[in-house]
Write a protein that binds this ligand. Structure first.
Ligand code: TPP
Ligand code: MG
Length: 282
């Protein structure tokens, strides 16, 4: 068993008994874990954290953190997180999900969480594939992408999950990749601070499945270089013709509004007696 780390953040926050990580070497989800812990440290919010993970490689991420963690049914992280937030609104509730978990099986819960504008921070590790189960086609797999279940190329159009979140009612939407660690750190902090449904999409390289099948390389360095080459800032993308955006990854803050009321506030204002009963409510 691991007893000590070189990294002081890992020493402080990682649940050593849960190691080793399920992630393959070079998986982007390790970067997300690292950056999330930095955000927690810089914000000093560890005692208030409650984490929820879905099913998939990405869904395992919170289980390595020594916080209060729910590891729940496939696609159901947002309903569990909703219940948790409503019973203890002071908690900073963060959901870790994958593209399959979040907008495949869990797509319905995703849009309704966004519609309600409940104060959750949803971090979606999008690798464009069902990684954990062997590389099946996902709702985010690019058109023509070859996977284990689309060997002749994907014939379905993928979701733009940021657009989906925004259209459904999310009030903070941002997209970065694991090749943008500083920007991702800022986005996670801002998303946690934002009182409403915050959606943080992180394109996360999957050398074992998506890399091998979709990109033709399992080299994490090459996959990170591809992220950097393809990234285009959202401000620049707005004045770029649509045909020139094909294959590009639009990164940055896609949407941020503060006027829309947060769901748990509305609920407790509507039922003041219940709010008074709930000792935890501020
Ligand atoms: C109800 C149910 N259906 C299917 C599965 C099998 N399953 C486990 S993980 C997964 C896909 C996860 O994909 P994603 O959310 O993209 O996570 P990744 O592994 O890519 O991070 C599937 C289909 C399951 N565990 N439970
Ligand atoms: Mg996935």
């Amino acid at each position: 068993m691991v007893t000590e780390f070189m990294n002081p953040l890992a020493d402080k926050y990682i649940r050593k008994k849960a190691l080793p990580l399920i992630f393959c070497p070079g998986c982007g989800d390790g970067t997300v874990l690292n950056i999330f812990l930095r955000a927690v440290e810089e914000m000093g919010i560890f005692p208030d954290l409650a984490l929820v993970g879905g099913i998939g490689c990405s869904g395992w991420l919170p289980t390595y953190i020594r916080a209060d963690v729910l590891h729940v049914l496939h696609g159901r992280a947002i309903p569990f997180a909703t219940g948790l937030k409503l019973t203890d609104p002071r908690r900073k509730v963060v959901v870790f999900t994958g593209d399959g978990d979040g907008v495949g099986i869990g797509g319905n819960h995703f849009i309704h969480g966004a519609r309600r504008n409940i104060d959750l921070t949803v971090i979606m590790m999008n690798n464009g594939i069902y990684g954990m189960t062997g590389g099946q086609v996902a709702p985010t797999t690019p058109l023509h992408g070859r996977t284990q279940t689309s060997p002749y190329g994907n014939i379905e159009f993928p979701f733009d999950v940021g657009d989906l979140a925004r259209a459904a009612g999310a009030t903070y939407v941002t997209r970065w990749t694991t090749a943008h660690p500083k920007q991702l750190l800022r986005a996670i902090k801002e998303g946690i601070e934002h009182a409403g449904f915050s959606f943080i999409e992180v394109l996360s390289q999957c050398p074992t499945q998506a890399g091998r099948y979709l990109e033709g390389t399992s080299d994490p360095g090459e996959l990170l270089t591809l992220f950097k080459k393809r990234a285009i800032a959202v401000e620049r993308a707005r004045s770029t013709p649509a045909q020139d955006l094909r294959g590009r990854i639009i990164v940055g803050k896609i949407h941020h509004v503060t006027e829309k009321k947060e769901f748990s506030k509305t609920l407790y204002e509507s039922f003041p007696a219940e709010a008074a009963d709930n000792q935890d409510h501020p």
